[in-house]
Design a binder for this molecule. Sequence first.
Ligand code: IVH
Length: 681
Amino acid sequence: MLDHEKNKLIERMRQLIQVLAQHNHAYYVMDQPSISDHEYDQIFHQLKDLEQQYPAYVQADTPTQKVGGKALSKFVTVQHAVPMLSLGNVFKQEDLFAFARRVEERLPQQNIQYDVELKLDGLAISLWYEKGVLVKGVTRGDGETGEDITQNVKTIRNLPKVLTTKNFVPELLEVRGEVLMPKSGFEKLNVYNESVGEKTFANPRNAAAGSLRQLDPTIAASRPLAFYAYGIAQCEPMHELDSMHESLHWLTTFGFEIAERQFLCDSISEVQEKYEQIQQERDELSVEIDGMVIKVDSLKQQKQLGFLSREPRWATAYKFPAVAALTKVEQIDWQVGRTGALTPVARLQPVTVGGVEVSNVTLHNIGEIQKLDVRVGDTVSVYRAGDVIPKVERVWHDLRIDKLTKVNLPSQCPVCDSPVVMPEGEALARCSGGLFCAAQRIEAIRHFVSRKAMDIEGLGDRWVESLLHLELLKDVSDIYQLYLHREQLLSIEKMGEKSVQNLIDAIEQSKKTTLARFIYALGIRGVGETTARMLASHFQGLDAIRCANVEELQKVPDVGEITAEWIIDFFQAQHNIEVIDRLMTVGLVWDVPTASTTQPLNGQSWVLTGTLSELNREQATQMLQALGARVSGSVSSKTKCLVAGEKAGSKLDKAQKLGIDILSEQEFIVLMNSYGQSSNT
Ligand code: IVH
């Protein structure tokens, strides 16, 4: 190893050791944990991996050497008579329900109850009792073979060494369960270890594992370990129990302890309730858990369900979401949206957070990057709660070694090289390339063909992608040239004569449209459906809009100064003009909209609320819009009228308070009819 590589390696090891020591101190001495156990473990393992790779440079004060690390091979290896299998995992309700559906499908017409247990976060072991005497304790190992830890197991205080019962004692009983260090014992151990300068443990699980793996049984004896039973692997002669919950109760009659909570549920939704309840009560429990274990309660049904490879079909773990996980930023890319907005996305070394693999996370905007000071190469904590989008919660600046380069806003669009602009006071930077930019183009095409725009039914995402791939769609105007490429269209996989013809017909039909739809379809920033309609009815033609200045545009009720400027920007960009000119040559026709002055409800703001029974929302909206009104989602003093359907709530209250006109659905229909509008027109 070169000198500078060696220095860097040592620097890295020292850094990890220091971070671990700081957090140990925060956790054990100050009682103010600054990171999660999971994060601690990850840093710990980073250090351990480095040490394994470069044993010559292991630092004297490394926390990895204080416990364990003894020659585990000295434990005798034992073959499990009944393999110790693992459990499948689910992380969210829909997956739990899918588990239940799979169970129910295999047990049609049967009544199914679920035994719901705590998923104890310790180490699985197996205990052998011959004629009621504990003779062997074995770790899970790889599930097929484990290690004989009988001497250590015998020191566990809450575990019966001899089965005491008034009833029969089996010839052979093999009990499975979890060895843990209860939270209180764990805390005391750490306080003690700290006071005598011994290693403190990151969490009860590590403490339990470290204790069981000691070759000297006096060490395990000095540790506050506990055993909780959760199953029977063998019993001779066979017991006469019918269910999981009875088995656990039966084990308690021999002196075994079982976990402090257990539920018998009649339905999977009840299981979900218990899961949520325990998540709330998690901190009050005496032991650490990382989820729940859901088991089909009937032993007969368990037998019927059997196993799928190495997991039982009759049980699953329902894990709690991980709070945060540590990973590295490998790259920061800038994505370009339809309106040209540039969004930074951190590409991460894939990491599992709450059961889902995360490899990308949005950093929102350049301001967020600056706030976090995140750089390529940084170690970050990624947080994800339930279904919420993952986010970077924290950047580990003190784990930086190399001089990492600050992230700057690119000056050119990563897709089309056009200049990137960031108007003052705005959070988002944008590509100025408009429809010339390929990234904006695909989004622009999707928008152009969408239902409320040109409504080209059938030109779905699959088509768009294939067409872009064949370079048949450079911009939206190319849509109207597709009929010239029938052969190429037919070459697209799964596109037969019929679908190609349907597409060509749909494109042809879309040529007859309205000015409002066309303006909306152009995807001008700030111009939604309503604004497009108002622009159309105010200016009565495309050329008038193209030539309008800021003042003229602002005369349209919906257009403020900023939107006016965006409209002007759009029509000034050369590539947009070219696309529009091409579109003008393909034979689009639109009705001249009713002049604004002739519209009876021109400029009025209406609100629809509650359930309408004769009309649907869209019909009511269309009628109002045809008469020049705009339909808004909220009531304000500017609202002209509220149409209140069944079960109208807060909007109705507010309208009443503000003294705004209120119409029932029937009154509304009568009014619309008087203007010549009906739901059929
Ligand atoms: S039953 C056939 N019940 O979870 C598998 N396991 O991923 C039977 N665990 O290694 C396992 N609490 O260490 C079962 N109440 C419980 C459990 C539990 C924790 C652990 C066990 C096993 C792992 C499976």
